[in-house]
Ligand binder design. Structure first.
Ligand SMILES: NC(=O)c1ccc[n+]([C@@H]2O[C@H](COP(=O)([O-])OP(=O)(O)OC[C@H]3O[C@@H](n4cnc5c(N)ncnc54)[C@H](OP(=O)(O)O)[C@@H]3O)[C@@H](O)[C@H]2O)c1
Length: 320
């Protein structure tokens, strides 16, 4: 057997399987014949995974694991048995300008996207080192390779994750353990829908970033989300990484990611940044116009209501 290749039985642990890449990867890996431990922080959210498994005629072991819970993560090795492949997939995002993100929000992002992953990797790498075999697949992001405006905490945490991945890849190589980084661009999962958290200050009108936050959000809805890729592409790649004899160090996935990285390597990144600024300016203007129209409609409604209730010009002046 090739050094570093995964020996039978191939037992995979995936984090964050309640939705998105994690859920789909658990199903796809089980279909491929891998023994899957699909973990999620809240087992009440296991319904969609169970349904997808039933539709696919596949089975996995579903377990509770919150990677920010230091105790559970530290004991994952004992609890879930020898793991041959670890997929560090769980992640969160909190949008908003860096001026508006609070320190606890930044800490929450790092606690999940960086410290939680380091903790679990430590716990499971110990067994892999003993067995002189294993594979660790970290789901980072294009945001770990370039800036991600209005998502700076997320981008910083993913940069940290890529730095961690590249470092331990070398540390673990002598033990026959391969460490791989996956860097997807935007894909249609819950992280850009129901799990797209915003800073508590996102709509703070006193912030100099108020209009820019809104412009960014409008650009997300009108341009970014409709063009985001299908998650299945990423999932198919992750499963290939699990099973191929010799995976690469990293995989950048998605048209947007390929475009951004091409610009970066051709020295065109400043041009790309200018395009992004132009777009956000455009959507800030659109949002301002929309906001102005909304306020006018509200004022008109109030004027009609106050004149209908027999109030004099005094009331109208108050509104205007
Ligand atoms: N979709 C994209 O455009 C994109 C692009 C680049 C990278 N990524 C990365 O891909 C990974 C998967 O995200 P996704 O796109 O599939 O989004 P998703 O549908 O929102 O899935 C994220 C998963 O992570 C789980 N999670 C969050 N905090 C956790 C914790 N403390 N412990 C355990 N699980 C936790 C979530 O559980 P709950 O349901 O309990 O919240 C959910 O199952 C993330 O690391 C994300 O950063 C996504």
């Amino acid at each position: 057997m090739q050094k570093g290749a995964i020996k039978e039985p191939k037992r995979v642990l995936i984090t964050g399987c309640s939705s998105g890449f994690g859920l789909l990867t658990a199903v796809e890996a089980a279909k491929t014949g891998l023994e899957v431990v699909a973990t999620m922080r809240n087992l009440d959210k296991a319904g969609p995974l169970r349904e997808a498994l039933a539709n696919a005629g596949a089975a996995v072991q579903i377990e509770q694991l919150d990677i920010t819970d230091a105790q559970s993560a530290a004991h994952a090795g004992e609890k879930f048995g020898p793991i041959d492949i670890l997929v560090n997939n769980a992640g969160i995002l909190i949008a908003g300008s860096f001026l508006d993100l609070t320190e606890p929000e930044c800490q929450r992002v790092f606690e999940t996207n960086y410290f939680g992953i380091v903790r679990l990797t430590r716990a499971l790498a110990a067994g892999m080192i003993q067995r002189r075999s294993g594979r660790i697949i970290n789901i980072a992001s294009l945001a770990g390779l370039v800036g991600h405006p209005f998502n700076s905490a997320y981008a910083a945490s993913k940069h940290a994750l890529i730095g961690f991945t590249q470092s331990i890849r070398v540390e673990l190589a002598p033990f026959g353990i391969e460490v791989v980084c996956v860097e997807p661009g935007y894909h249609k999962t819950e992280i850009i829908r129901s799990n797209a958290n915003q800073s508590v200050n996102f709509y703070d009108r006193s912030s100099p970033m108020f209009e820019w936050n809104r412009g960014f959000l409008r650009a997300m809805f009108d341009e970014i989300i409709p063009r985001a890729g299908q998650p299945q592409h990423v999932v198919d790649r992750i499963v290939k990484i699990m099973t191929c004899p010799k995976p690469k160090a990293h995989y950048t996935i998605g048209k947007d990611a390929a475009f951004a990285m091409t610009c970066k390597y051709l020295g065109l990144y400043p041009w790309l940044e200018k395009q992004v600024i132009r777009k956000i300016r455009k959507y800030r203007r659109i949002e301002n116009r929309r906001e102005g129209e909304k306020q006018n409609r509200r004022k008109q409604k109030q004027v009609v209501q106050s004149s209908g209730s027999g109030q004099s010009g005094k009331g109208r002046n108050l509104i205007l």
